[in-house]
Ligand binder design. Structure first.
Ligand SMILES: Cc1cc2nc3c(=O)[nH]c(=O)nc-3n(C[C@H](O)[C@H](O)[C@H](O)COP(=O)(O)OP(=O)(O)OC[C@H]3O[C@@H](n4cnc5c(N)ncnc54)[C@H](O)[C@@H]3O)c2cc1C
Length: 294
């Protein structure tokens, strides 16, 4: 199916109006930057609803603020270009800015949104591993029975339920992503493998975040892996091997081996499962060695 199934196009400026459209029988297909939707429609892979809902005029979805408690609030319509350049993101979530740096081309980054990347839910989505490593929350909105805007927050862990699937209900919009304040001593790294990392769909990506205390011991270790399972995943066994320890050659090698073992890659046109595991082991080891040196 393509956009030919679309009978109605709406572009409300108010969040409530958009949620009212989504709550109608048959719902609506949400359009943000269109960089996933358009190619999917052209390829005949889009199950479009009868109504196309353009959300780009809704001002509150553009928010990019720092709360009093240090939480970085990123509206669903924040583009990859803003993630890459905004001083608040660079200061408080450099991992996300780094991932945006390796994302597609300038033209795509100008249109592509954070909310779209989340809702497309590709196992290789480049903002997903940083958000997992940063322990982000997803904020969703729907129209309540009394006509008010109701919201709920979900931890990003568990938000993705399969390729292209999330816990978002059909009548909900992603409002924002909330990234908690970084701990003192925070360290992070992002790596996307590939010969042309920005333009290829990556065979794997890795995001690492932790805090290092005065003695050099790591705490709050989170390692997220992309494109090696049906959803982006945390490498919990590898994390446990690093928690409370100083990084050295031994602990880095053990964690890298554990991550390679616990990921669940498949063979596909981009890479074999064996090669993906080797990439996880080698790239994670290299990232951890790099952190140890600084
Ligand atoms: C040439 C090219 C290169 C690309 N390179 C990369 C890359 O390097 N890394 C990468 O991760 N991706 C890449 N992509 C994929 C795409 O650009 C991203 O996934 C992008 O973030 C999608 O955002 P969008 O605003 O364009 O989403 P859209 O296409 O508008 O929407 C995507 C999906 O999300 C839904 N949606 C969007 N916003 C909301 C919301 N707020 N609430 C509820 N549902 C919503 C839509 O209904 C749709 O199902 C590439 C795409 C192209 C065409």
């Amino acid at each position: 199916m393509t956009f030919e199934a679309v009978e109605r196009y709406v572009a409300p400026a108010q969040l409530r109006q958009a949620l009212a459209v989504l709550s109608q029988p048959g719902g609506a297909t949400v359009l943000a930057g269109g960089t996933d939707l358009m190619p999917q429609a052209q390829a005949g892979r889009l199950q479009a609803a009868g109504t196309l809902l353009n959300i780009r005029r809704i001002a509150e979805l553009q928010a990019l603020t720092l709360d009093a408690d240090g939480t970085l609030v990123l509206g669903a319509l924040v583009t990859l270009t803003r993630l890459r350049r905004d001083p608040l993101v660079r200061a408080h979530a450099p991992l996300l800015a780094d991932a945006a740096e390796h994302f597609a081309s300038e033209q795509i980054r100008n249109a592509a949104t954070l909310g779209g990347n989340l809702c497309n839910a590709s196992p290789a989505g480049d903002t997903l591993t940083p958000l997992l490593a940063l322990n982000a929350e997803v904020e969703l909105a729907r129209l309540a029975d009394d006509g008010a805007v109701g919201t709920r927050r979900l931890p990003i862990v568990g938000f993705f339920t399969g390729p292209g699937r999330t816990q978002r209900a059909a009548d909900e919009l992603v409002l924002a992503v909330r990234v908690p304040a970084a701990e003192p001593g925070a360290v992070s790294r992002f790596h996307k493998a590939g010969t042309r990392p920005a333009l290829d769909i990556s065979p794997i990506s890795i995001a690492f975040a932790a805090a290092r205390d005065a003695a050099g011991a790591l705490g709050g270790v989170r390692i997220a892996l992309g494109a090696v399972a049906p959803t982006p995943m945390r490498a919990h066994r590898a994390e446990a091997l690093l928690e409370g320890r100083r990084l050295d050659a031994g602990s880095a090698a053990a964690a890298a081996a554990a991550a390679a073992e616990e990921c669940r890659p498949i063979d596909d046109v981009r890479a074999s499962a064996w090669y993906r595991r080797e990439l996880v082991r080698n790239l994670l080891q290299r990232m951890l060695d790099d952190v140890a040196e600084v």
